[in-house]
Write a protein that binds this ligand. Structure first.
Ligand SMILES: [Zn+2]
Length: 321
């Protein structure tokens, strides 16, 4: 896979995502013999070979810094192979830092927490068992690294010959960041704004408490920056951020109305709502994402006072207000 120069001294490299049959775009910023990298793909042989070949092609003597938009495996997976002692400095948002260990290193606690969480939201016991264990596979393509710098958002970071501002855009992940270069009108959007897909926004034990509102707020803030070109982590670079943001915002508005319609006078579990919304799913990973996405919409509706959320030990239910 080759390098494409997307701006002066900025190169896009497309890396394979083994079991999703997709590609993730990472960006190399060159300055002299040093290169900085935004996102790093999964920890797989193919992916790392492509990165090393790209560095060679750019005449890089070393990788100076690695910035990750968030800790999902396709963005952060190879961090431990590229950053750390004697390697690149890793920069990430501080809300991503505590997610790493329970997710990729010591999974038992999180698997159990997710299992209980699924039961609370109405998932039958046998399915909860399988679904909570489905995250184990992901830990195999991630080699974690400790950050050298923890970001809050609003920092300026030098990437190659460019200076970019960190924009904290929670929702898809609590510490998701975009990088913005005002002078050139570039927005490196990670998974926050994709051209073809609506990124998964889910409520789960590692999410923020109201991820959908967080996400929508971030979309509006990024649109207000009026970038000339958006460089997403999946799909092709695109212009017209305002139209894309409008489309994503109205997609979620429609979904909120649909969820509101499904929730009736009678209290329902998140699982029932998700089944009504999407119908039964075969793929386990999709099932969990569907539940979490349904819950994010229910939570947003509850925050707005449009549905009522009822909780007891061992159960959470939703009904119309
Ligand atoms: Zn992601």
């Amino acid at each position: 896979m080759g390098l494409t120069e997307v701006a002066a001294g900025v190169f896009e490299l497309r890396l394979p995502i083994p079991f999703e049959d997709g590609l993730v775009n990472v960006f190399l910023f060159k300055s002299g013999q040093e290169v900085d990298l935004l996102d790093c793909g999964m920890n797989s042989e193919d992916s790392l070979t492509a990165i090393h070949r790209a560095l060679e092609q750019l005449g890089a003597r070393r990788l100076r810094r690695l910035v990750v938009t968030h800790i999902h495996p396709d963005h952060y997976g190879a961090a431990g192979a590229l950053a750390g002692e004697g390697l690149a400095d890793l920069y990430m948002h501080r809300l991503e830092v505590p997610l790493v260990h329970p997710r990729y290193v010591e999974l038992e606690h999180l698997v159990e927490e997710v299992r209980r969480y699924l039961l609370v939201h109405g998932v039958p016991e046998d399915e909860a068992e399988v679904l909570s264990n489905s995250q184990r596979a992901l830990s195999q393509v991630v080699k974690p690294a400790d950050p050298s710098v923890q970001l809050d958002g609003a920092e300026l970071i030098e990437m190659g010959a460019h200076v970019l501002r960190v924009e904290w855009t929670p929702g898809h992940s609590p510490g998701h960041i975009c990088l913005h270069e005002a002078a050139a009108g570039l927005l490196f959007a990670g998974d926050h704004i994709l051209p073809d897909l609506s990124p998964n926004i889910g409520l789960h034990p590692q999410s923020t408490p109201d991820p959908l509102h967080d996400y929508l707020d971030g979309l509006r803030r990024m649109a207000a920056l009026e970038p000339r070109l958006v460089l997403p982590a999946h799909g092709r670079p695109f212009t017209g951020v305002k139209q894309r943001v409008d489309a994503l915002v109205s997609h979620h508005a429609r979904r909120l109305d649909q969820v509101l319609e499904i929730v009736g006078r009678e209290a329902k579990s998140g699982w029932q709502v998700a089944l009504d919304l999407w119908g039964p799913r075969e793929n386990l990973y999709e099932k969990r994402l569907a539940l979490q996405e349904g819950l994010a919409h229910l939570q947003a509706l509850a925050v707005e006072g449009r549905v009522t959320k009822l909780v007891m030990p061992g159960s959470a239910r939703w009904r119309s207000s």
